[in-house]
Design a protein around this ligand. Sequence first.
Ligand SMILES: [Zn+2]
Length: 399
Amino acid sequence: MAQGRAVQSAPQHTVEWSGGRVGSKALIREINEALVLDVVRRRGTTSRAEITNATGLSPATVTGITSQLVRDGLLLESDVLRGTGGRPARLLELGRDAVVVAGVRLSPDAIEVALVDLRGDVVSNHRMPLSATDPETAADAVVAAVAAVRAVRPDAALRGVSIALSGIVDRRTGVVRHSGALGWQEVPFAAMVAQRTGGRAAIDSLVNSVATGLVLVDEALAERDALVFSVGASLGASLLVAGRIHRGYGGSAGGFAHSALGVRAGGRPCHCGGSDCLETWSSVWGLQREMERRGTAALDLDALEAANVLREGGAHLGIAIANAAKMFGPERVVLVLSPEVRATAFAASCREAFAGEYAFGDGAAPELVTVPADPDVFARGAGYSMITELFSADRADST
Ligand SMILES: [Zn+2]
């Protein structure tokens, strides 16, 4: 919807976006606000006339929307007068100070928070240990961590808390369907956090959060088809269709970690209860487990056996992502690698196997880009997920 056409009335296709809110004036205003904000975001500084041209909205509508956004602090009006003849035009840019979002990475042992402003800049960071992984403790800890980081910008309105965690997450309902890392099943975590803060809360998987962040900051990914794979304690995947995350039924898209390499022979038990999942070969959890089984210190990179485990794990992942890419046909494949595997035989072997799968008969391989999974990339990405909602019409997917 980023550069889509303006919605002046309620056309048939709003059914997909809005559920029960079809045709409501509030929804149309939200969509039009998103269109206006997105034009300003992309252009940096722009005029009402340019917004009118870019969105197809009427000048009166643009004037009404921009006036409200200026009052809300989401847009700033400069005093610069443009041009010498005719009516002077005041320029608009995104407001920086009025609105912030707290992006949170929730992992089994720690909570990282990044306070993100409307332009996607991180205003403040905070990290605190997590004493226990049960949902109640985790929700309390998220709220405490957000309060700590929030003190840096007490005047800015907190638009909400956006939480990234490892697992299958239904962003629309705010329910964690399954998280092996946290040991959760069907936990309505977004509602639990929202109840405590009295504000909005949303959840997403780690990899979807990173993918959203990548699209917001990287114009090359906007409106493109791309696959994003993350390798950390668990494996994750995100499917970007025309720059938007495809979530699948119940948020299940991208759950490729527990797919099989071939016939399951039972050789590598997986934490999911099955065996021989890709997770057992190529996640950091699986790599460490296999090294222990072979009597090698976990991720002792000098050991030959460790190198073999890493090479095998990388090769299996490279083939798996090539298989997924052949099915989906993306322009780009992004590999988000955690520090444990980034500069190892794993990454090299993964690239090699991926390229090898395109040696015959399938045309050119999509571009493969590696992105480091720095500690704050997930928290920032989670914040971006909620910031991005301001720029897209897809508002009905958070609590
Ligand atoms: Zn499994």
